[in-house]
Design a binder for this molecule. Sequence first.
Ligand code: ZN
Ligand code: ZN
Length: 297
Amino acid sequence: MNSYAPQDAISEQAETVAHKGHFYGVYLLCSQSLDSRYRGKCYVGFTVNPKRRIRQHNLGCDFGGARKTSRKGPWQMVMIVHGFPNNIVALQFEWAWQQPALSTRLKIYPELKRKLPRETYFDYNFRILSRMLGVGPWNRLPLSVRWLETDYERAFNVPLPNHMEIVSGKVSISASQRKRADDTVAPAAAAWAAECHLCMQPIKQPERSRLGCTNPTCRLTSHMLCLANYLLSDEPGHYIPIGGECPLCETRLSWAALLQHKRLLSGVPEELQDQDEDLSDGPDVDSDVECMPELSD
Ligand SMILES: [Zn+2]
Ligand SMILES: [Zn+2]
């Protein structure tokens, strides 16, 4: 191999275009902060548009970045897993990667519960990912593991299922005629407008129509109707759901408890509902879908 890496050639050759509305990715960020408290820390998130998402993380939470990553960067998006059939499957993958100790599918691997003393945050997250790709239901999905930063690129020490591919290079999302209303809103004007994890549309009257999960570590946000429909898909013939599994964290939900939970929360100011935790050890399902409109280029 040449010792001088033709950087430009690499990035040009590899920019892949994915179609808007068909791309669901779960990415890994690594902090390049000069502050030793943050340097090397990692963050797992979900996005439908990686380029927009990394920009948001680096601009901070006023621009749609996660509070957890705000002012702890700059962040590099080092890899992204894509090829999920829909946002729910991708969000489940994100949640398990963030919470290997809680995921029912990963609980059987106690070695994933925590980072080893000498292990870097990146190596720990890579170890969790390597395991996840071999476990059902994810091992049946036609996933692509895409390296976005060549410095981090390394071989998997377990063979991946044959139908998965390992690729490298950036990915951009093609524009679509179907312009979403919130794409046109200026970042400053758009407050923290939550989007539904299930239909990915904004929740216009959150105080009335937003439902979350009863598991405090889960950040599920959805329209009441979308969650009802999701739960009803397991109970054909009913109009009011009894319960079911949370689409994100697999917690067993009861519809009555969800409504009661909502009533309790509606009496509490928003900022007290989800407090910022320390980076890397607190659970956080902060996802692109919660975040803000496209920043103008
Ligand atoms: Zn919805
Ligand atoms: Zn949940």
